[in-house]
Design a protein around this ligand. Sequence first.
Ligand code: AMP
Length: 288
Amino acid sequence: MIIAEEKDFLRKIVKDYKARGCTIGFVPTMGYLHEGHLQLVKKSKEIADITIVSIFVNPIQFGPGEDFAKYPRDIERDKGLLKKENVDVLFFPDDKEMYPELPKVRLIVNDLADTLCGKYRPGHFEGVLTVVAKLFNIVQPDFAFFGKKDAQQLIIIERMVRDLDFPIKIIAVDTVREEDGLAKSSRNTYLSDAERKIAPYLYKGLKKFVDELANTNDVIKLKVEVMKYLEDKGFKVQYLDLVDRNTLKEVQQLKDGKYMIAVAAFLGNTRLIDNIWFDVKNGRVKVL
Ligand code: AMP
């Protein structure tokens, strides 16, 4: 595996691959890798000739008081995992390499960032889009892989690629879970043993919500019920919203269309997110 810490070196490598007619798959991450990240890598290996993974904890997507400084990092372990997957190139820039100066130009998102996580993390998606656009310009991939676990991020990036004509195909990858249903996340390491036992109820709550949709169309009542279920388990719910997957706006009446139930909740100081996607066709709910 080639390790590139500098943009210019990475650009040179990419140019050589492209001259040989290779397609490039790109998996951007913040490191502290787990099976979820590796699933994106496996998809890239299936689809593209060359797989490039980046590890960069992007300071400009963290708000004041968020966990930038204590975000888990273990580059040696990550390198071992990526080598095992036969990743071709790891791009591992430091903050100075990515931001010699703080950017004075950033990408903005309008109403897609006004709901769900965007409502509670002002500036977060501008930070994400700015770094993803920079990474896309540096790596120039044919395919880029993102997890459905961070659904709002995925949907906004799909929109960025469409609105700004990036010649890149975005591939969405299903959420990888622990055996008890908890979505894998680098942040799960923050959980105490007691919190870790409660954490799977987040996904159970979402499943309860979708299952009940077969019996009732009363979304508001269901939302109140599931919110209470989660609070009783020990979560502090930040949001629990049923949204349209195109607009990310909350819906209260289901008709045929594409939807998602998404949740963010705290266990102690740890903020967990999760979601379930479903379509409604001829009045029937189909979980994806
Ligand atoms: P992160 O390192 O948390 O920024 O995540 C990097 C990429 O991995 C993003 O596209 C995430 O959506 C994806 N990802 C994180 N956790 C999972 C998971 N449990 N299943 C699938 N993809 C994931």
